[in-house]
Design a protein around this ligand. Structure first.
Ligand code: ZN
Length: 194
């Protein structure tokens, strides 16, 4: 028999409501790890001085990161705002830029904020039961515009890699702010080309 290198199928459970798994451990991102990402520095520092709240958490399962493999997990963005800006994930490009990702909303409501290096921006609302295809070249950030947890299940090419630095440096071109209780999409005044 030929000697094949293979892995065994495996299963993980995720709650529809919380996105949490009883079998795997999530990675949490707190306010203190998001310095410079929210538009109001003043509101950010004020909030952080009171409590270092969890903004989002996600799963990185131990799937191999070879070309033919898939990475998957859930992303859980907490409800809340920093000033009038909704809680959100850092957002990233894939290191292999031309690799796509699929998101499926399990609970809550929010937006996926997307943009590509060519300057095309796109925001898509996600509620329970909606799937979203994020094509290659598009940076993506989850924004919780609801009152509950915003939970999505994601799948992408396992070797795609994460480029957080571009967004940390430049920000997204658009912001989603809370205006009289509802989401309002506007240009990011701090966005810069380089
Ligand atoms: Zn991604």
């Amino acid at each position: 028999m030929k000697d094949f290198n293979f892995m065994f199928p495996f299963q993980v459970d995720f709650s529809f409501l919380t996105g949490l798994s009883s079998k795997a451990k999530s990675t949490k991102r707190c306010l203190s790890q998001m310095r410079g990402m929210f538009s109001s520095e003043e509101d950010y520092e004020k909030m952080l001085s009171i409590e270092d709240k969890v903004v989002y958490e996600f799963y990185e399962l131990d799937a191999p990161d070879k070309e033919g493999d898939l990475a998957f997990g859930t992303s859980i963005t907490y409800p809340g705002t920093v000033g009038n800006e909704y809680f959100m994930t850092k957002g990233h490009y894939h290191t292999i830029l031309d690799t796509a990702e699929v998101y499926y909303c399990l609970s809550g409501e929010g937006y996926m904020l997307m943009e590509n290096p060519e300057g095309v921006t796109c925001e898509k609302k996600l509620t329970k039961g909606n799937a979203l295809y994020v094509p290659g070249r598009f940076a993506h950030r989850s924004v919780n515009t609801g009152k509950e947890l915003f939970v999505t299940f994601f799948v992408f090419r396992a070797d795609a890699g994460h480029d957080y630095k571009t967004i940390e440096t430049k920000g997204f071109r658009k912001l989603i702010l809370k205006n009289e209780g509802i989401p309002f999409i506007t240009d990011n005044p701090k966005w810069r080309e380089n």
